[in-house]
Design a protein around this ligand. Structure first.
Ligand code: CU
Length: 159
């Protein structure tokens, strides 16, 4: 009985257009849960990640709903300059969510709205499948931060 369920589940996964069919199915990833997947950070309001070159700190001040759900989410992030500790307005922030296990698909475009005090509202953050999502931010400091470009990734798991 369990074996039948397993085959069924894999068939559904392959049919869902996730690109899983291109590579051999990995049973362990099919059954990983958010509680056991160490690639994602457990959500809490105010969680932060460093940018890859260490120029910025990106804080996820809020997800609505929070924790993020499968479907539409609205995120508020704050970008701080590490060297000064200042929250930076005037950055050009672009955001692309992707699933590391499903490289063939993305999601809806994320609209980024500067909201003052170094905060930016990301909407929609449309995480439409269960699993690990990497929400990548490219941050360009055209008028601040000496024209510095850096990127950051907020990894979350959708149950
Ligand atoms: Cu996917």
């Amino acid at each position: 009985m369990f074996r039948v369920l397993l085959v069924l589940t894999l068939a559904i996964a392959a049919a869902s257009g996730c690109g899983a069919a291109a590579a051999p199915a990995d049973p362990s990833s099919e059954f990983a849960t958010c509680a056991t997947d160490e690639r994602a950070m457990p959500y809490r309001a105010g969680m932060s990640v460093p940018s890859s070159a260490g120029v910025f700190t990106v804080k996820l001040l809020d997800s609505t709903p929070g924790p993020p759900v499968k479907g539409q989410n609205t995120w508020t992030v704050e970008v701080d300059e590490v060297s000064t500790g200042a929250a930076l307005d005037g950055l050009d922030v672009s955001v692309v969510p992707r699933m590391p296990d499903h490289p063939s698909h993305g999601t809806r475009p994320v609209v980024v709205t500067p909201s003052g005090s170094g905060t930016y509202v990301l909407k929609p953050v449309y995480l439409y499948m269960s699993g690990v999502w990497e929400v990548s931010l490219v941050i360009v400091g055209a008028t601040v931060g000496s024209g510095t470009t850096d990127s950051a990734v907020i990894p979350v798991c959708i149950p």
